[in-house]
Design a protein around this ligand. Structure first.
Ligand SMILES: [Zn+2]
Ligand SMILES: [Zn+2]
Length: 296
C-alpha cells in the first residue's frame, strides 16, 4: 500500500531523448509531476505483472498524457491481460486519449525493443502470477579515436576523421583505404540497467543481470522473514544482495518494494543485512535520481 512518504513501485529511465517507465503503481503521476520532467511524452512503458501495486497508476498517466500532442504511439509491454486492463479501463472510464496506444503482451525470455544503440529484454520471474524482469543493455560503443594514428596513415584532419569515428572506411587521394579499426581503440562497453521485482529467489536471475551498472531489485523483507518471502514469492534484501553478488560485475544495487510494515528506521536494518552480502547496496527513495555514466 502507498504510505504518505513512500509511494508504490515505479522506475523512470531517461536515456538520451527517450523516457522509459517500468511499472506504474498508484501515485506515480504525482512523483513525475514533482520531478518536473517532460513525462507526458513517455516513450514506452514496461509492466512487470498484473498486480494492483504495479498498474493502478496507469489510467492517470494515460489520461494526462493527452494534455500534450504526440505523433508517436505509446508502446506498453507486459504480461497477458495488460491489453484487456487498458482497454476496459479506457472504455468504462470514457477516457479521452488523443494518441495511439500499442499494447504488446509478452512472456518468457525475449528481446522486446532493439535499436542501433541498445536493446530492452525481459525474462521470467517466479511470482504468484506471470511476472517479468527487464534489462536495458546498450551495445558496444566505438573505441577512442587516435588522431596521431590517422595522421600517420595519411588521413588529413577533416570530414574523414568523423567518418572513421562513425565506423566508415575512407579512401585517400592515392586510392588506399583506411578502416576504422586502424585508428580506433578497443570497443567500449555500454551501460546496463536491470529492473527486478516481485519474485521468489531464483538462481536464474543472477545471470540475466550480470554487468549491470545499476540493478534495481526488490528487497521486501528482512532475513528473519525468509520463509514468509518464499511463501508469498517475494525477495528478502539478503536474497537481492545474493543475486547482485552472484551476477558478477554489478556496480551498484538499489532496493525497492519494501513491505509497508517497515519504518524508515527498520529499512536501515534491511540495508545492513544486504550490505553484508553485497556492499554496494543502497535503499532507493521516492524521486531519488541516479546518474549512470559510462565506465570508460
Ligand atoms: Zn506482485
Ligand atoms: Zn508488488
Amino acid at each position: 500500500m502507498p504510505l504518505p512518504r513512500r509511494f508504490l513501485t515505479s522506475m523512470l529511465l531517461r536515456r538520451e531523448g527517450d523516457l522509459f517507465l517500468f511499472d506504474c503503481g498508484e501515485g506515480t503521476q504525482v512523483s513525475l509531476k514533482m520531478l518536473n520532467l517532460r513525462w507526458k511524452k513517455i516513450t514506452s512503458i514496461f509492466i512487470s505483472h498484473m498486480h494492483a501495486d504495479h498498474v493502478t497508476g496507469l489510467p492517470g498517466i494515460l489520461m494526462l498524457s493527452s494534455q500534450v500532442d504526440r505523433e508517436e504511439p505509446l508502446y506498453i509491454y507486459g504480461p497477458k491481460r495488460l491489453g484487456q486492463y487498458i482497454q476496459e479501463t479506457r472504455r468504462i472510464l470514457d477516457m479521452y486519449i488523443n494518441y495511439e496506444i500499442i499494447v504488446r503482451e509478452i512472456e518468457g525470455e525475449q528481446t522486446v525493443v532493439e535499436t542501433d544503440e541498445y536493446e530492452i529484454s525481459c525474462f521470467p520471474l517466479n511470482h504468484t502470477k506471470p511476472c517479468l524482469g527487464y534489462t536495458l543493455t546498450e551495445h558496444m560503443r566505438p573505441g577512442i579515436f587516435h588522431p596521431d594514428k590517422a595522421l600517420e596513415l595519411g588521413v588529413p584532419k577533416g570530414p574523414m576523421w568523423s567518418q572513421l569515428q562513425h565506423g566508415e572506411t575512407v579512401e585517400l587521394a592515392d586510392g588506399s583505404k583506411i578502416s576504422p579499426d586502424q585508428v580506433l581503440g578497443d570497443k567500449r562497453r555500454g551501460r546496463k540497467i536491470s529492473y527486478v521485482t516481485d519474485t521468489a529467489y531464483l538462481p536464474g536471475i543472477a545471470p540475466k543481470v550480470t554487468g549491470s551498472d545499476l540493478l534495481v531489485c526488490e528487497g521486501m523483507f528482512e532475513h528473519d522473514l525468509a520463509e514468509t518471502a518464499r511463501e508469498k514469492k517475494h525477495l528478502t534484501s539478503v536474497q537481492a544482495a545474493q543475486i547482485a553478488r552472484d551476477a558478477g560485475e554489478v556496480k551498484q544495487m538499489g532496493l525497492i518494494h519494501y513491505s509497508p510494515r517497515y519504518t524508515d528506521r527498520d529499512l536501515k536494518h534491511l540495508l545492513k543485512e544486504a550490505k553484508e552480502v553485497f556492499p554496494a547496496t543502497f535503499l532507493c527513495r521516492d524521486r531519488q535520481t541516479i546518474d549512470i555514466q559510462y565506465q570508460d
